[in-house]
Write a protein that binds this ligand. Structure first.
Ligand code: PMP
Length: 405
């Protein structure tokens, strides 16, 4: 499909609704994306025609559901260029995937081992590691960032040593839009024998990571940021790690054999997929990936970059407006404040004009502490947004400023 914005917008039923008497301008895509009818249809089709539990039934419906669920896993494997389908573990989302890995490492880490996270992590990539440190006696170190919202690579290199066992960094910051140099970060970590987990919650709707090329150990993401449903995501882990890490939850599906004396575990990916999974969610995630690939990530990136550039230029015309996250490698997020005005007040006024933005700390309080602010107004773009919607945002922010100054 060539990039036909009008046709793309017509795929998203929600984009034709009104909010408070104005056409909806949805600029909260970093929180969750909207869903095209191709994904909604996949959900309706599953529940209307072949809903059944998977993997353990001989009947036709169960086999159809199993085939569709496993086909989605293969689709996701191909999309991310994982070597094996068994390296793709279905999860409930990014947070679940991170906690699963943290749990596995609780039996590997020893007192005095070091874990490195970046200063621009989402809380879901901070709290599980703090809990892991409390449990194991490992020590948490932080890669600092500069005023532009860019990680200081020279400081990262200084933190690395043979004590470093794990490095965690997000691919793209949800609060700033900064794209982190994950290839370089992974290379350096591997030189000291540390494993790397990349949080791809924000990246996978904008770019298509090649996991084998990156040589990353763990990569997590959520379907709902990529036009798929909530409550489903994936954890990629290299097969060798999958064989090494202990399972996260015990239950059905994840076993080879159970007796009251001893249980043996299934191989990958089932070892980490206890219980009935989100079958429909996995299938709909596959449909979302098909949809995004049909548009093409080059076209998506080009359009989103145009929106970002235009929004940045237009917003900076407003006196007293400051943007956070001004580094050279950035995507789709404009986080800003206007001097003397609380971000929540701006968010409330623009909502009255039909515009959905997010206000607050964006689950990244350390970033807000760094800039000494309570939060920001965050407009985040998707490929279905338009330059006219950016104009609507800028006009609404100007109006809010006039009312609140
Ligand atoms: N990491 C980042 C960078 C995110 O933006 C988010 C979602 N806001 C998460 C992790 C958590 O994702 P989820 O809530 O889907 O588990």
């Amino acid at each position: 499909m060539s990039f036909n914005l009008q046709k793309i917008r017509s795929d998203f039923p929600i984009l034709s609704r009104e909010v408070n008497g104005y056409p909806l301008v949805y600029l909260d895509n970093a929180a969750t994306s909207q869903k095209p009818k191709q994904v909604i249809d996949a959900i309706v089709d599953y529940y209307s025609n072949y809903n059944a539990n998977i993997h353990r039934g001989v009947h036709t419906l169960s086999q159809e559901a199993t085939d569709a669920y496993e086909a989605a896993r293969h689709k996701i494997q191909a999309h991310f260029n994982a070597k094996e389908a068994c390296e793709i573990i279905f999860t409930a989302g990014t947070t679940h995937g991170i906690n699963l890995v943290a749990n596995g490492f609780s039996e590997i880490l020893k007192k005095g081992d070091e874990i490195i996270v970046s200063a621009m992590e989402h809380h879901s990539n901070i709290v599980p590691w703090q809990m892991l440190c409390e449990k194991t006696g490992a020590v948490l170190k932080v890669i600092p960032m500069n005023e532009e919202g860019v990680l200081v690579f020279s400081e990262y290199k200084k933190l690395l040593s043979n004590k470093t066992k794990l490095v965690f960094v997000n691919h793209i910051s949800n609060a700033l839009g900064t794209i982190n140099p994950i290839k370089k970060i992974i290379e350096k970590a591997h030189q000291v024998g540390a494993a790397v987990l990349v949080d791809g919650a924000q990246s996978c709707s904008h770019i298509k990571p090649d996991l084998q090329k990156l040589d990353v150990d763990f990569y997590v993401t959520s379907a709902h940021k990529m036009c798929g449903p909530t409550g489903v995501g994936i954890l990629y882990m290299k097969e060798a790690w999958g064989n090494k890490l202990a399972p996260y939850q015990g239950g059905g599906e994840m076993i080879a054999e159970v007796t009251f004396e001893k249980t043996t575990y299934a191989g990958l990916p089932h070892k980490f997929e206890a219980g009935t999974p989100n079958i429909c969610g996995g299938i709909a995630f596959g449909a979302a990936i098909d949809y995004l690939n049909e548009i093409g990530f080059e076209a998506i990136e080009a359009h989103e970059n145009e929106l970002l550039k235009y929004a940045t230029e237009q917003l900076l015309e407003i006196e007293g407006l400051k943007i956070y996250g001004t580094g050279p490698d950035k995507t789709s997020v404009v986080s800003f404040n206007i001097e003397g005005i609380h971000p929540y007040d701006i968010g409330t006024i623009v909502d009255k004009l039909g515009i959905a933005v997010r206000t607050g700390h964006h689950c990244a309080q350390p970033i807000m502490d760094f800039y000494k602010i309570p939060g920001t107004v965050r407009a985040s773009f998707a490929f279905y947004n338009t330059l006219e919607e950016v104009d609507a945002l800028v006009n609404a922010v100007k109006k809010a400023k006039m009312m609140l100054s």
